[in-house]
Every structure is written in structure tokens, then in C-alpha cells.
Design a protein around this ligand. Structure first.
Ligand code: C2E
Ligand code: MG
Ligand code: MG
Length: 739
């Protein structure tokens, strides 16, 4: 086989090995090439078992049909037109015309002429497309200079590319139809030019802009000529040139920027963009097409949204979420660097609610903004001020804050925040209390630290406001007790743990009981009797006072209805009960249910009813009075004791607080105050009973000062309902009970 020419050997061995592999005859078709002529054979391989050993292969070769010229075959089947031209020269040897020596069928087809008619044609006289002056000129030039050439011509809405090469005086002309290519190019241009996205192509070799679209010119503000004189990196600010160059080094076929880039506009302002690109060949140059998405506005909006998510809309201080995150970060950082101390300060504005109620919310907002401005001015280093909500603010002090530094800062802050505020020509005075918790020590988590700072704040408020307090573990225990009381209280009303005791009120003129004050008692299953002074504020805070007060009123009226008809009942009201707005309705139903005549019911309020929502509360008082109920001002002299309260509502009674009665013997100012109040009462025609009378000496002095009613342990403490009858017997009121 090795002795055979390669084409024969390949065909024979292929047939033989396939026949062996299948163990049956195999027929192959083979071609051989001699002097450019192709012959076709059938090769039949027959495997024969040999008696002695192995297999013998018999091969029969049979020539098939006609032979043909290979080059002619290729020539006539290609889609490109090929024409061989002989050059015809003038007397001085310049090429003047060309004669078609050979051409394939595709050439005739592309030139749109009958196949045979081209052969031996002279181009000049042919009248065909190739004889046009434009083509002739290029051909003559190529022939004269012995140089290859390539150019395009338009013909009947098609575009033909003509490639001319020259060998031994013969011009070979290859004609290709590039119409689809041209159409693609045209649609690319259209897409490029009219694209609303800024786009450009830059040269991958020189890095110069090759073309830019209108959108790029408009968006960036460079004139097109300026653009085309620039290198592509010059669109970035100088400090990004290095990273831009690195990104260009490993450009892929396509790319989509993984990061945003900064681009510089003609006026120097910066854009934030994303870029998308693809390699292309433009006018035979390796280029890169880039489309730009300007995300400057989107980034700004995102930044705005992120800012809004972390800042308080009114004051632009950090909000609760940011405060929490930063505190957590500070504790984490402190955890890595031992000795780093962190302080959190919680502050609450004193009297803000009053200012907000009396000046209105728009002014309250302005006030909060000014508070925030002052807070901001006090911040230094990494310290962060936040508004947690309402009039609650907080400061995180990082950078290893000592207790002394935290305390000094708190003092300064309270002083700064307490300076009167000027709002719309009004002077507003508020103050601030501050609670401080330190890390490490006062808690391990940010939540615990904040809770403890809050507890310290609570203490600061209790201690008279305008002060700061550090957290102490005892506060935690108190808070724990308070939480227990809250949950016990919620249950207590349903479980019937409340009861009313009644303290007699004695009329000094007749020396008889004129009425009783109902005083609430809580019989706690574990802790025994709990004073109303301890649990009423809690009930007010947790919103239980409404239903509790309603129960008191119903119960007291029901009880009093069974007493002699001249004996009155006094019931205490909490200022919080005024907020629910159904107080009048509650009083009406208590009276209706019990059948108690309204004139026997006295409602005791404290001055704090006038501290907030004064107008609305006074309206409620008037409605209560219209029912026929009398209204007393309790504990007068212990709170603000503003005389304007006496003017704002015509009270039936002003009760002189126990604190004045207690010191009547010792302090002359107490005598003066009692005298003044009862004198005031007489001239306003208001009864002025005194509370907390424990000794006969106090009684005598009160009588001397003109007090007409008294109440106190001297007569009796508050007693359960069952003992009322006995008390009535003892203090001379008619002992007979009502029917
Ligand atoms: P208040 O209305 O001024 O009641 C008088 C308080 O002084 C009562 O205390 C009474 O027991 C006490 N007291 C009376 N005479 C004397 C005395 O001679 N010496 C001394 N040391 N104390 C005397 P209590 O019962 O502990 O009530 C405290 C406060 O709790 C009441 O002060 C009242 O403001 C409030 N309160 C009591 N019951 C109710 C209620 O049903 N509703 C509301 N909202 N508050 C109530
Ligand atoms: Mg009272
Ligand atoms: Mg009182």
C-alpha cells in the first residue's frame, strides 16, 4: 500500500479496514487527482476467511463515469464572481482597455448579463457595468502601477466589492456582493446616530474617538470636532486615568462596566455613568463601540433615599435606625480595642409638651429644629446626635469617653438647650433632662445600654428635671418592680382587687359629717394594701385609669345612694380621665345607675387638669357642672397654685392641701397661706375645706382662720363602706339610713 500514491492508499485502506471491522463487504467511493483532473472510483472490499490464518481482503476497483477539471469545478460553484482580464496597452505602453479572457458563471450573474456574452469582450465597448469610467480608471491604475486594489460600486440597489490582483500581466478581478453587509452597516449607523443614549466608537490602537453620536455631543457639551480630537481616557477626570487605562487593557469582545465611572462634561461638571461596549471594525479599523447610561440622577435619588432612611425628616438629625446601627458599631469597635469607652445620653425636653400645646404644632416643629441645631453645634469628633422621636434625643459619645467627660457634656448640653428660644417673635422656655449609660459596665448590648440610659433619664425627670443622672443598677430593680406592678394592675380590676374607703368630711358650723371622700385602695394578693399614690400614676401611664376611674365613680355613687340624703360623696378624678372625652357620659351613667341626686356628688380635680388642653378640659368641667355636680379643686397650694386657675373655672370648693395644715403650728407662712386661701374663698363665695387635720390644735387654728370644713385623722381615716354607718352615728349626722 505504501507504494501507492497517497489518494489511492487512503481509499483502499479505508475500505479494507471498514470491511474488516464489519466482517462483510464494504463499498466506498474514492477520488483521485492527476494533473488537475478528478476521477471517481467504486472501491469494493471483500473480507475472506483464510483457511490457515487471519482474513484476506479482496479489493475490486471500478472507474466510474467521466473525469472533470477540479479548478473549473471550484470556479464555477463559488458565489463570488471571478474574471481574468488581459491588459491592452497603447503605443507608449499605458493600459487603455481590458479583454475578458476567462470568467465564471457567478461573474455573469453578479453583472446581470447572459453567461456566454462576456467571453472575449473588451470592457471599453462592452457597455457593461465594468466598462464604466469609474471602474476603468481603477483598473488602469492598478495595471499601470502593478498594484492590488479594492473598491465598491453601486449597481441596481446592490453594492459590489471589486478586488483586483495582478499576476504576470493578467488582472484577476473578484466580485463580491456586499449588499447585506452594507445594509447592516447602514442600520448600525442609523441606530448609532439617532440613539438617545450617548454613544461613541474609539480606535483601539490610537485610543482616539472615531465617531460620536448626537446624544453624546448634546449630553457632554463638547463640540463634535473637539470630541474627535480627544483620546478616550480624557472623558474621565485625571484621577481616574490609571484605572481607566487598566480597564482598557483587558477589554473583551463585549463589556458591561461592573463599576460606575466618573465622566467629565465640557463645563467641568461630573457625571456618574455605566458603560456598555463591544468590539467592531469600522472603516477597516479595530474599534470599540461604547454606549453610556448616565446614572447621576439615579445615584442622587438613591443617596437621597438612603439619607431619608437614616435621618429624621424634621431635624435632619440621625434617626433611631442610624443611631442604633452606629451604637452597635461603636460597641463592636470598642470590643476590638480594650479600654475604649462609650457613653450614651438620652435626653428629653422638659415642658416641650406645654410649649407644643400652647403655641401649636408648627411652632413646636420649629422649636425641635432649633433644639436640633443646638445639639449639632455641640457635636465633635465621631459623636452622633439623633432624634429618636417626639422630643426624645440621644447622643453617642465614642472616642473613649470617661464618666467625667460624659457628665460635663451633659451639664453643657442642658445649659445650651435651656437658653430661651426665639420663635416667630415669641420667647419659648424649655429645659432638658439627661440620662447617661456607660459602656462597658451599664450593659452589653446597644439595646440594654439604651434602656438603662432611659431609666437614668426617668430618674433625672423624677429628680426635678433640668439635671442629668447616671444609670445605677437600683434603677433597674425599680423598673422591674414597676413592670411587675403594671402587669398586676392590668389584672387587678377584673379580679376585684380594688375597693373604696370613705373618709368623713366634717362641717365645722354644725360639727356633723357633711359627706365622705371616696379613696381608692388596692388589696394586692401578695403585697397587701398598696397606696393610690403609688399605683394611680402607673394606671395613668398604662391607660388603665379610664376604666378604673369609671369603676370608682360607679361604686362610690352606688354606695352613697344608700346614705342619708344630706350626706355627700366626693370622688377624685385624674387629669388623664379628661383625655378620653367620655368623662361626662361616665358621670351621667354613674348617677343614673345609682339614682344618686347630682347635687350630692362632688368631683375633685387637681391643678394639672389645666396644664394641657386647657380649653377642652374647662369645657368638660362646665358640662359636669351643668349636670348639677359640684367641682372641687384638690390639694390647692401644693402645685403651681396659680390664681388664674381660680379665675378660669368657678369652683365650688378649694381644698387646702395637707402640707399647709401639717405645719400650721410651726410655720407662720403656713398660717398666712391658709388665711389667704380661706379669705379668697370667702370673697369668691367658695368653700375652703382643709385636709389632713390630725390634732385639735390644727383644728382650732383652722377654725380661727375661717375654714368651714375639715377632713383628717383627727376625725377618722378613710374606712370601708361597712363602717360608714358607725361614723355617721359617732359624728352626729342623722343615723337613719336611707331606704
Ligand atoms: P387626696 O385626694 O388629697 O386624698 C387625701 C389623702 O390624704 C388620702 O390619701 C388620705 O388617706 C390622706 N389623709 C387624709 N387625712 C389625713 C391625715 O390626717 N393625715 C395624713 N397624713 N393623711 C391623711 P390616700 O388615700 O393615700 O390617697 C392619696 C391620693 O391618691 C389622693 O389624695 C388622691 O389624689 C389619690 N386618689 C385616691 N383615690 C383616688 C381615686 O379613686 N381616683 C383618683 N384619680 N385618685 C385617687
Ligand atoms: Mg381628694
Ligand atoms: Mg387632697
Amino acid at each position: 500500500m505504501e507504494a501507492l500514491p497517497p489518494d489511492c492508499a487512503t481509499a483502499l485502506s479505508e475500505a479494507a479496514s471498514n470491511a474488516m471491522a464489519n466482517s462483510r463487504p464494504y463499498l466506498a467511493i474514492a477520488h483521485s487527482l492527476r494533473d488537475g483532473m478528478v476521477r471517481t472510483y467504486e472501491v469494493l472490499a471483500l473480507p475472506t476467511y483464510c483457511r490457515w490464518s487471519g482474513t484476506l481482503i479482496g479489493i475490486y476497483v471500478n472507474e466510474q463515469g467521466a473525469q472533470y477539471n477540479l479548478l473549473d469545478a471550484i470556479f464555477s460553484t463559488t458565489g463570488d464572481g471571478v474574471i481574468a482580464l488581459l491588459t491592452i496597452r497603447d503605443a507608449v505602453g499605458n493600459p487603455v482597455d481590458f479583454q475578458i479572457a476567462h470568467h465564471n458563471q457567478a461573474a455573469a450573474k453578479l453583472l446581470n448579463v447572459p453567461g456566454r456574452s462576456l467571453q472575449w469582450q473588451r470592457l471599453n465597448t462592452s457597455g457593461y457595468l465594468l466598462g464604466s469610467e469609474a471602474v476603468m480608471e481603477r483598473l488602469r491604475a492598478a495595471a499601470a502601477k502593478h498594484q492590488s486594489d479594492q473598491f465598491e460600486i453601486e449597481h441596481e440597489d446592490r453594492c459590489l466589492r471589486l478586488a483586483v490582483t495582478i499576476f504576470s500581466g493578467i488582472l484577476s478581478l473578484v466580485i463580491s456582493d456586499v449588499t447585506p453587509l452594507k445594509r447592516r452597516e447602514a442600520s448600525f449607523r442609523l441606530l448609532f446616530d439617532s440613539n438617545p443614549m450617548p454613544m461613541w466608537v474609539f480606535d483601539l490602537e490610537t485610543m482616539a474617538f472615531l465617531m460620536v453620536n448626537d446624544a453624546a455631543v448634546n449630553h457632554y457639551g463638547y463640540a463634535r470636532e473637539n470630541f474627535l480630537q480627544m483620546k478616550v481616557h480624557e472623558i474621565c477626570p485625571k484621577d481616574e486615568w490609571d484605572s481607566h487605562a487598566r480597564a482598557l487593557q483587558d477589554l473583551d469582545e463585549t463589556c458591561q462596566s461592573e463599576r460606575h465611572w466618573r465622566h467629565v462634561e465640557a463645563d467641568g461638571s461630573e457625571l456618574c455613568v455605566l458603560t456598555y461596549g463591544r468590539r467592531l471594525v469600522l472603516d477597516q479599523r479595530e474599534g470599540y463601540l461604547v454606549a453610556v447610561a448616565d446614572i447621576t440622577e439615579r445615584r442622587k435619588a438613591e443617596a437621597r433615599v438612603a439619607h431619608m432612611a437614616h435621618h429624621d425628616g424634621l431635624t435632619n438629625l440621625a434617626n433611631r435606625a442610624l443611631h442604633k446601627a452606629r451604637l452597635r458599631d461603636a460597641l463592636e469597635a470598642g470590643g476590638h480595642a480594650p479600654g475604649e469607652r462609650v457613653a450614651v445620653l438620652c435626653t428629653n425636653l422638659d415642658l416641650f409638651k406645654n410649649a407644643n400645646d400652647s403655641f401649636g404644632h408648627p411652632m413646636g416643629d420649629q422649636l425641635l429644629q432649633q433644639v436640633a441645631d443646638r445639639l449639632r453645634c455641640e457635636m465633635s469628633g465621631n459623636n452622633l446626635a439623633a432624634r429618636l422621636g417626639g422630643d426624645e434625643f440621644a447622643v453617642i459619645m465614642t472616642t473613649d469617653t470617661s464618666p467625667k467627660e460624659a457628665s460635663d457634656f451633659a451639664v453643657r448640653l442642658i445649659r445650651t438647650l435651656s437658653v430661651p428660644y426665639e420663635i416667630d417673635g415669641h420667647q419659648v422656655v424649655i429645659g432638658a433632662s439627661i440620662g447617661i449609660a456607660l459602656w462597658p459596665g451599664d450593659g452589653t448590648s446597644s439595646e440594654e445600654l439604651m434602656r438603662n440610659a432611659d431609666m437614668a433619664l426617668y430618674r433625672a425627670k423624677e429628680d426635678g428635671r433640668g439635671v442629668h443622672r447616671f444609670f445605677e443598677p437600683e434603677m433597674d430593680r425599680q423598673a422591674q418592680r414597676r413592670r411587675e406592678m403594671e402587669s398586676d394592675l392590668r389584672r387587678a380590676l377584673a379580679d376585684g382587687e380594688f375597693e373604696l374607703n370613705y373618709q368623713p368630711v366634717v362641717d365645722l358650723a354644725s360639727d356633723r359629717i357633711s359627706g365622705f371622700e371616696a379613696l381608692l385602695r388596692w388589696r394586692h394578693p401578695k403585697r397587701g394594701m398598696i397606696s393610690p399614690a403609688d399605683f394611680i400614676p402607673v394606671a395613668e401611664d398604662i391607660g388603665l385609669i379610664g376604666s378604673l376611674g369609671e369603676w370608682v365613680l360607679l361604686e362610690a355613687c352606688r354606695e352613697a345612694a344608700s346614705w342619708p340624703s344630706e350626706v355627700k360623696i366626693a370622688v377624685n378624678l385624674s387629669p388623664v380621665q379628661f383625655r378620653s372625652r367620655n368623662l361626662v357620659q361616665v358621670a351621667i351613667s354613674a348617677l343614673a345607675n345609682s339614682g344618686l341626686p347630682p347635687k350630692r356628688l362632688e368631683l375633685e380635680i387637681t391643678e394639672s387638669v389645666f396644664l394641657a388642653e386647657t380649653e377642652a378640659n374647662i369645657a368638660i368641667l362646665h358640662q359636669l357642672r351643668e349636670l348639677g355636680v359640684s367641682i372641687s379643686l384638690d390639694d390647692f397650694g401644693t402645685g403651681y397654685s396659680s390664681l388664674s386657675y381660680l379665675r378660669s373655672f368657678p369652683f365650688d370648693k378649694i381644698k387646702i392641701g395637707r402640707s399647709f395644715v401639717k405645719d400650721l403650728a410651726k410655720r407662720s407662712d403656713c398660717v398666712a397661706i391658709v388665711r389667704a386661701i380661706s379669705g379668697l374663698g370667702r370673697s369668691l363665695n367658695i368653700t375652703t375645706p382643709a385636709e389632713g387635720v390630725e390634732t385639735t390644735d390644727q383644728l382650732d387654728r383652722l377654725r380661727a382662720e375661717g375654714c368651714n370644713e375639715v377632713q383628717g385623722f383627727l376625725f377618722s381615716a378613710a374606712k370601708p363602706a361597712a363602717e360608714v354607718e358607725q361614723l355617721l352615728l359617732r359624728f352626729g349626722a342623722s343615723a337613719s339610713r336611707a331606704a
